[in-house]
Design a binder for this molecule. Structure first.
Ligand code: X2X
Length: 341
């Protein structure tokens, strides 16, 4: 990691040298500028639409810049688990890193707000909120900790509970249940409120934690259950749809600020295109995932959401988080979700 520091510094210098007015509007490829390399890292397998579309974006950016702008992708936790990658994107060891808002919550408390249980009834509402006022409000908070956020958030999906032992039909089935949750205050709080025994584990360790039965279950969107092969170590899928989760694409703030405006524009354009295609890919995938996972031996059930909402309300979950997020933020969320709790 250290060996790359001088390179990055000189790249930033090279970048700054081209930000002068004289170069504005000059075609990228024609410029005598050093190659700008960006390290993009994430936590999911290379076959996930997030990685497929970002690879396409990287190829398009490279072609459009005549090879001068290169995005190197490190998928599947190659550079560490989420908690570690978050430190790396802050320090500049990683340049760009998509991360769940709920995990980012350890740094930006507000970024977890979209994960409040049962806030969104469908994707229409999710995109209105996240591409609208709620998303803008969250991005503003992220900007304050020295991270740049691209406007459009990647879809991860509505999350469902899987287990190796039993289907979850009502909140009572979660009593004492050993479940993995991502490392995030909201996630831990939610499953404690259900009466479960949650453990915060980075995704890099989830497969082995399930395999060795350190935990009995976990929760994730169907696309992740399929692509990360969690069906090999889990039997039941309970379609709780208890929250929607997405990944903000974060960039190191200094690196981004030191990137010439036209390179920023080029990257932003292709990253935005990639996100919109990724969302559509997940939509398409979702049409066939239940059938596909059933074919791999998973057993599905669709619980009534009522007992889960009641358990949360009774445990004071909504009241607690309303207090933490504050009235202004809750008003922005509830504009889309309706009154919660
Ligand atoms: O860690 C998870 O469960 C995952 C893959 O869904 C996230 O990125 C939050």
């Amino acid at each position: 990691m250290n060996a790359s520091t001088p390179t990055r510094r000189s790249l930033i210098k090279a970048g700054l040298a081209t930000t002068g007015l004289a170069t504005l509007g000059a075609p990228l490829a024609a410029r005598a500028q050093a190659t700008l390399t960006f390290k993009w890292a994430n936590n999911i397998p290379v076959t996930h639409p997030s990685n497929i579309r970002v690879k396409e974006a990287a190829d398009a950016i490279k072609a459009a810049s005549g090879g001068k702008v290169e995005i190197q992708i490190f998928p599947n936790n190659q550079l560490g688990g989420d908690t570690d990658m978050l430190s790396q994107v802050r320090s500049g060891a990683i340049d760009i890193f998509p991360l769940s808002g709920l995990i980012l919550q350890t740094l930006v408390p507000l970024a977890g707000i979209n994960g409040l249980a049962f806030a969104f009834k469908d994707y229409g509402t999710v995109w209105s909120a996240m591409d609208g006022e709620l998303g803008a409000f969250i991005r503003e908070a992220i900007g304050k900790v020295g991270l740049h956020t691209f406007d459009r958030i990647l879809d991860n999906g509505f999350r469902n509970i899987t287990t190796s032992t039993k289907p979850i039909n009502t909140a009572a089935d979660l009593q004492g249940f050993k479940i993995r949750v991502p490392v995030s205050p909201l996630w831990t709080s939610m499953f404690k409120a259900f009466g479960a025994a949650p453990t915060g584990i980075n995704f890099s360790e989830v497969y082995s934690a399930l395999q060795t039965k350190v935990v009995e279950g976990q929760e994730n969107p169907l696309a992740i259950i399929e692509i990360a092969k969690l069906y090999e170590v889990q039997k039941y899928v309970s379609m709780t749809g208890h929250m929607w989760d997405g990944q903000w694409i974060l960039a190191n703030g200094r690196r981004w600020a030191g990137t010439p405006a036209d390179v920023q524009a080029l990257i932003t354009k292709h990253v935005t295109d990639a996100v919109m295609k990724q969302r559509e890919d997940i939509r398409q995938l979702n049409l066939g995932l239940e059938t596909s996972l059933k074919g791999k031996g998973m057993i599905f059930n669709t619980p009534d959401g009522r007992s889960f909402r009641e358990a949360l309300a009774k445990a004071g979950f909504y009241a607690e988080w309303r207090g933490k997020f504050g009235d202004e933020a809750m008003a922005k969320l509830e504009k889309y979700s309706g009154k919660l709790g």
